[in-house]
Design a protein around this ligand. Structure first.
Ligand SMILES: O=P(O)(O)O[C@@H]1C[C@H](O)[C@@H](CO)O1
Length: 292
């Protein structure tokens, strides 16, 4: 029924990778974290680390992008068992979409219940400034509109249903938790919420494209996260995601600004500490009170 070129991994392949990892670490992670461009410092916060290079993990792709170290780090964050991807995969690296999202299924098989994803993104919302942290409340999946969805191909019910709901993709309690923690930490001035739009990349957007995306309801634009969110939700994990606004999307023909990866990494460095504190404090509170 599906063409031979289908590039997914079977349940057994994912299980083999999970079993291989579990055999080499005593950590049983409940929280899985994905670090965006220049945001890999989050992984360095983990204590009692057990680290795997992606090249050593069976079935894992390799990181090819500057700012994505290519290491899977197990450890504890303030006593909570976590696993952290220090580096993710993107469509523009040439990987099939099922390979980009494979780590989400491995997270699930490792026992992860909550996934926290971070990314670097261009700000489309004119109220956003460089350095703002945007809590993602929803997404626009542009590659999905063109038929590139990670769930295309045979559906294995052991992971999830054929037609998963996405109107509740971003957990509302975790969004509230992020707001509460952010305000407590004094980040209220640069904590925003909004809609993230994913494109294929690697070219940054034209001015006309930015204007169109803004009109369509996007507050920030990037090249990741959404595919991972779809696969994480398909297999029943809770999802929280945030964008660091690393640059302002160029919306004006008079502007001299040009999006570039160096600026993205530089903004990441400047906000790294606050972002790490926000995420680590959230992790300590997940599973408590009304955030359970
Ligand atoms: O992995 P993320 O989404 O943080 O990376 C963004 C998108 C591109 O990979 C890169 C552009 O600078 O940063």
């Amino acid at each position: 029924m599906f063409p031979e070129s289908h590039t997914g991994y079977s349940y057994e392949d994912c299980m083999a990778t999970a079993v291989w990892l579990l055999a080499q670490t005593a950590v049983r992670p409940l929280v899985g974290i994905v670090c965006g461009s220049g945001l890999g410092g989050l992984a360095d916060m983990l204590k009692d680390q057990v680290v795997f290079n992606y090249r050593d993990i069976p079935n894992f792709p390799q990181s090819t992008v500057h700012g994505h170290a290519g290491r899977l780090v197990f450890g504890t964050l303030k006593g909570r068992p976590c696993v952290c991807m220090q580096g993710r995969f993107h469509l523009y690296e040439g990987y099939p979409i099922q390979k980009i999202t494979l780590p989400m299924r491995i997270f699930k098989l490792l026992g992860v219940e909550t996934v926290i994803l971070t990314n670097a993104a261009g700000g489309l919302n004119q109220d956003f400034k460089v350095g703002d942290i945007m809590i993602i409340k929803d997404h626009l999946n542009m590659p999905g509109f063109a038929g590139n969805n990670p769930l295309i191909g045979p559906n294995d019910e052991r992971f999830g249903v054929r037609f998963p709901c996405m109107s509740d993709a971003y957990d509302r309690e975790l969004q509230q938790l992020a707001m509460d923690v952010g305000v407590e930490l004094g980040y209220g001035d640069f904590l925003k919420e909004g809609v993230y739009c994913v494109l294929g990349g690697p070219s940054f957007e034209t001015i006309a494209e930015c204007r169109m995306l803004h009109k369509l309801g996007a507050d920030a634009v990037g090249m990741s996260t959404v595919h991972e969110v779809i696969v994480a939700r398909h297999c029943g994990m809770r999802v929280f995601a945030l964008s660091l606004i690393t640059n302002k999307a160029v919306m004006d023909y008079d502007s001299e600004e040009k999006a570039n990866h160096e600026e993205v990494l530089e903004t990441g460095k400047q906000r790294a500490e606050q972002l790490e504190r926000l995420v680590s404090t959230m992790v300590t509170r997940i599973g408590h009170n009304n955030y359970s």
